[in-house]
Write a protein that binds this ligand. Structure first.
Ligand code: GDG
Length: 493
């Protein structure tokens, strides 16, 4: 257990569960078990902190009620009492303008350095600011609640991701007015782009000042930190120290930290040890695996074209290698995502039509979400995982794959444009835009001698075991001076 010396207020777009009605019309919690929730929810529970976020219901459908956890609930949020959850309730139109109109249509592509896909609309930006204001006011309520029940405490407010880059200054101003002490940190889960990209955003100065409202700002890797520092210096004229990673703003010093997120490693090892065998066509069949949300940043089309090139250039793999791609539906109401699905359907259909034999099809394609047990089985029984986003903050799939490699060692192919590409040195790195080279790297992975695979996988697994999600959490708490002595002695920090 990682302990924090301060009660933690997590502020994220979503609560750690969503609310939905069961078959009897009762409001129940539905789990969203991501790495963040697994790591952070226990700290909120332990420190008797609070979680502020959207419940999945709009103002029109919500009474503001939060049901208690089901008595059989085994998830990391089971200990989170309803009074520890503050749901943000907004009218559907406003939420849509903020979430789809600005977060997903502007920041998502821009921060992934795909500016041609980004749209800049003043009314959507205005909705974003207003919604951030709503999150901020509820966060102040959360801080008030904690300080009222323990006047000695200094709550630690932790804002998450690109949805909430404009909340910090309102929180700070209101807390100052009310005499409420706080520490405030921000963590971005996606890349932070270079100045050349950031300056395309018409309100970049406001956005940077929004983030600088925090005391501590975290990104996955050093490059993103340096991009942020560069933007603050060039756009706002801030004094910066790149060595110490500090930005001076409004007579305050904001510290910037590379904090590579990770996974609950042991949980994935346990899942892999129990998961059922994946059914193959024959014993010698090798599986190539891709697991992604269906998103244009993940490079699915480039990957499948590289696999097609592999079959053309190395026909010896025909009937011996199958590409298993899991694509989780994402943002399905957005046109661009619908078009991407169409393109993939056609591409996969064409390749399967061209190369299939009576007993084999080259691509097994799952458009949907599989269970975590099934996912662990895929990770364990695949010879090669192909994790080749065009751009990605970190990418947890790469880490989950190595954690689950408890049997015959496989090979990880990784894009240098994912945060994970900067630390997982024993992976085979490939530029996903270079199709011929990509196909050759897949061939190399499929034919790699066992001792080389073993050596690479052993190193990859050792690093991920040591630097798991608890290590990330401890590193974060250390940056804000909130790591309890017990956690230091328990962990490696
Ligand atoms: C953002 C950033 C950053 C996938 N398919 C299934 C399934 N998954 C789970 C995986 C993994 C998660 O989804 C995907 O995480 P990623 O990190 O790969 O990507 P994003 O969703 O884009 O996350 C990213 C991350 O935030 C954390 O900071 O690494 O860069 O973009 O955990 O296991 N889970 C199940 N069935 C599936 O079919 N159960």
């Amino acid at each position: 257990m990682v302990l924090s010396t301060s009660p933690m207020v997590v502020v994220a777009n979503r609560l750690p569960f969503i609310l939905a009605k069961d078959s009897k019309g009762q409001l129940v919690r539905k789990q969203c078990a991501g790495g963040l929730v697994t790591a952070v929810a226990p700290v909120v529970v332990e420190t008797e902190g609070l979680w502020v976020g959207w419940s999945g219901l709009h103002e029109e459908d919500s009474t503001g009620e939060i049901p208690e956890a089901d008595p059989n609930d085994q998830s990391p949020t089971a200990g989170l009492k309803s009074k520890q959850v503050l749901p943000v309730c907004l009218p559907k139109k406003k939420f849509d303008d903020y979430y789809n109109g600005c977060c997903n249509a502007t920041f998502w592509p821009l921060f992934h350095s795909m500016p041609d896909r980004a749209v800049f609309q003043a009314d959507k930006w205005e909705a974003y600011r207003q919604v951030n204001e709503e999150f901020a006011m509820l966060t102040v309520e959360a801080v008030k609640k904690l300080v009222n029940s323990n006047p000695e405490c200094i709550p630690l407010v932790w804002l998450h991701d690109y949805h909430l880059m404009m909340a910090a200054n309102t929180i700070r101003e209101r807390c100052d007015e009310l005499g409420l002490p706080i520490k405030m940190a921000f963590f971005l889960h996606i890349p932070f782009p270079s100045w050349d990209i950031m300056r395309l955003f018409p309100w970049d100065d406001e956005l940077l000042q929004g983030i600088l409202g925090c005391d501590s700002v975290g990104f996955h890797v050093e490059d993103y930190c340096l991009n942020f520092i560069d933007c603050c210096q060039r756009r706002l004229g801030c004094r910066v120290d790149r060595q110490q990673m500090l930005v001076e703003h409004n007579n305050r010093s904001v510290s910037v930290h590379p904090l590579p997120i990770s996974i609950p490693y042991e949980r994935f090892v346990n899942l892999a040890e129990k998961a059922p065998q994946v059914v193959k066509n024959h014993d010698q069949e090798q599986l190539l695996l891709g697991v992604d949300r269906l998103d244009y940043t993940k490079g699915l089309v480039h990957r499948i074209k590289a696999f097609e090139t592999l079959l053309q250039k190395h026909p010896e793999h025909i009937e011996h290698v199958t590409f298993l791609q899991v694509a989780v539906p994402s943002r399905t109401d957005v046109k661009e995502y619908q078009e991407l699905k169409e393109e993939l359907d056609q591409l996969i259909g064409r390749i399967n039509g061209q190369f299939s034999t009576p007993n084999w099809s080259p691509i097994r394609y799952i458009y949907g979400c599989v269970s975590q047990d099934q996912l662990a089985a895929f990770y364990r029984d695949s010879s090669v995982a192909v994790v080749t986003p065009l751009r990605d903050g970190m990418n947890l799939v790469a880490k989950e794959f190595v954690a689950c490699q408890t049997g015959e060692p496989g090979v990880l192919i990784l894009s240098p444009f994912a945060g994970a590409g900067t630390t997982m040195h024993e992976a085979l790195l490939v530029n996903p835009y270079e199709t011929n080279e990509f196909a050759e790297v897949i061939h190399r992975a499929l034919t790699m001698p066992k001792d080389e695979r073993e050596l690479r996988m052993k190193q990859l697994r050792r690093r991920e075991r040591e630097r798991d999600v608890n290590f990330w959490l401890r590193s974060f708490l250390k940056t804000v001076d909130c790591l309890s002595d017990d956690s230091v002695t328990q962990g490696r920090l």
